[in-house]
Design a protein around this ligand. Structure first.
Ligand SMILES: Nc1ncnc2c1ncn2[C@@H]1O[C@H](COP(=O)(O)OP(=O)(O)OP(=O)(O)O)[C@@H](O)[C@H]1O
Ligand code: SF4
Ligand SMILES: [Mg+2]
Length: 368
C-alpha cells in the first residue's frame, strides 16, 4: 500500500502526475499545443505533516494543489489518497472524498460570495453533505469560534470583515466537514504582514488540535519556513528539490533553490549585508514550450552544455533530500560518489565535471 515517510503512513501519494491545459485554435478548435503546468511530479505527504510547496508565479503550484484535491483531473499519472487511486474518479465517486480534502484559497475577497451571509457560506458544504438545518447552525457557530471569530458573526456579510477575518471564514468553511487534508493555496499572501503570523499561528494550532495534514503553497521560502516539515520546490511544472525544511535552508542543492533562498529577507542587517543576493535574469519561460534539458538552464549561473541537453533526474542525496541538478551544490564528495554508484539512483547524465562544494563551505547562507 502506501509508502512511509517521516515514520508515518502516507496520506497522499502523487505519482508521475502531469496536468496539461490544451490550447485550441480555429473554427474546429483543434488542439495546437498544451500548457505543461505540472509535468511529471512525484512525492508523498505523510499524515499530520505540513509540506510547503514553493516556486515563482506560474510554475504550477495551484494546478498541482487543485489536481491533488481533484478539482482538476490529471492528464497522466495518479493521485493516491489513503491507498486509493482517485485520479480518474467521476463526480459521484468523488463526493464522499470532498469531505476529506479541502482547499483554502489565496484571495479572501474573491473566494467568498459577497451576497451570502457567513452562516450560509460556511454551512453550504454541510447542507450538501446532509446536515439538518439546526445541526448546521450549531456547527457553523462552533467553527466560527474555532477560527477566532464570534458566533454572532453568523448573519453578517463578507464585506463587514477585514481581510484577515475573511480568511478565517475561508478556513472555517474548509474545516466544516472535518477534512484530513487541507491544501492552503497562498493563504497569507493577500494579508498585511502584521496579521500574516496570526493566520499562520491559527493554522498551526488547528493542525495540532484536529490532526490535519497540510500542503502549504507559497511564493517564497520565507513564509513556509516555520510551518513546514518538508519543502518541495517547483520550477516550470517540475519538482526540482524536496527536502526536510531545515536541511533545505542550510544546504540547498539545486541552484534555483539557492536563488529563492537568497531573496528571503534577513532581519539582522549585518548578516543581510554579508549575504549575496542572486538576481535571477529574465522571466520564467513559457510552460507551453519549456526549455530543453534542465528547464532552469537559461537563468542558471552554473549552467554548462549538458544542462541544455539532458534533463537532470531527481536524485536522492540521503535523509530525504532530493534534487534535480547536474552540478549539485553543497554536496560532499562522499555523498556524490555514493549517489553515482547506488543502483537506480545514478544520474544517467552524471556530469564528470561537476564540482561539488565541500560541506561547511556553503554557498548559500542559511537564514538566521
Ligand atoms: N485553466 C487554465 N487554462 C490554461 N492554462 C492555465 C490554467 N490554469 C493555469 N494555467 C497555466 O498553467 C501554468 C501554471 O499555473 P498555476 O496557476 O498553477 O501557477 P502558480 O504556481 O500557482 O502561480 P501563482 O503563484 O501565480 O499562483 C501557468 O502558465 C498558467 O497560465
Ligand atoms: S542542471 Fe545545470 S542549469 Fe539546471 S540547475 Fe543544475 S547547473 Fe543549473
Ligand atoms: Mg497559484
Amino acid at each position: 500500500m502506501s509508502e512511509r515517510g517521516n515514520g508515518n503512513e502516507s496520506l497522499v501519494e502523487v505519482k508521475n502526475v502531469k496536468t496539461y491545459f490544451p490550447i485550441r485554435k480555429g473554427l474546429l478548435q483543434r488542439e495546437v499545443g498544451a500548457v505543461h503546468a505540472v509535468d511529471d511530479v512525484t512525492f508523498a505527504v505523510s499524515e499530520g505533516e505540513t509540506l510547503g510547496l514553493v516556486g515563482e508565479s506560474g510554475c504550477g503550484k495551484s494546478t498541482l494543489g487543485r489536481t491533488i484535491v481533484r478539482l482538476l483531473e490529471p492528464t497522466e499519472g495518479s493521485v493516491v489518497f489513503e491507498g486509493r487511486d482517485i485520479s480518474k474518479l467521476g463526480t459521484r465517486s468523488l463526493r464522499p472524498l470532498r469531505r476529506e480534502m479541502q482547499m483554502i484559497f489565496q484571495d479572501p475577497y474573491a473566494s467568498l460570495n459577497p451576497r451570502k451571509r457567513v452562516g450560509s457560506i460556511i454551512g453550504t458544504p454541510l447542507a450538501i453533505h446532509g446536515y439538518e438545518k439546526s445541526q448546521r447552525r450549531q456547527r457553523v457557530q462552533e467553527l466560527l469560534e474555532k477560527v477566532g471569530l464570534s458566533p454572532e458573526h453568523y448573519n453578517r456579510f463578507p464585506h463587514e470583515f477585514s481581510g484577515g477575518q475573511r480568511q478565517r471564514i475561508g478556513v472555517a468553511r474548509a474545516l466544516a466537514l472535518n477534512p484530513k487534508l487541507i491544501v492552503a493555496d497562498e493563504p497569507v499572501s493577500a494579508l498585511d504582514v502584521s496579521i500574516q503570523s496570526q493566520m499562520l499561528n491559527l493554522l498551526d494550532d488547528l493542525q495540532k488540535e484536529l490532526s490535519l495534514t497540510y500542503i502549504f503553497i507559497a511564493h517564497d521560502l520565507g513564509v513556509v519556513r516555520h510551518v513546514s516539515d518538508r519543502i518541495a520546490v517547483m520550477y516550470l511544472g517540475k519538482l526540482v528539490e524536496l527536502s526536510p525544511a531545515e536541511d533545505l535552508y542550510k544546504r540547498p542543492i539545486m541552484p534555483y533553490t539557492e536563488a529563492l533562498l537568497s531573496a528571503v529577507p534577513i532581519p539582522d542587517p549585518d548578516l543581510a549585508h554579508q549575504r549575496e543576493r542572486i538576481v535571477l535574469q529574465g522571466d520564467v519561460p513559457s510552460p507551453i514550450n519549456p526549455p530543453s534539458g534542465c528547464r532552469f538552464h537559461p537563468r542558471c549561473r552554473y549552467m554548462t552544455e549538458i544542462c541544455k541537453e539532458v534533463e537532470p533526474p531527481l536524485v536522492d542525496y540521503g535523509r530525504g533530500h532530493l534534487a534535480a541538478c547536474h552540478h549539485p551544490l553543497n554536496v560532499d564528495r562522499e555523498t556524490l560518489e555514493r549517489v553515482r554508484v547506488s543502483k537506480g539512483q545514478t544520474p544517467a547524465s552524471a556530469d564528470e565535471d561537476a564540482r561539488p562544494q565541500e560541506p561547511g563551505k556553503e554557498r548559500a547562507r542559511p537564514i538566521p
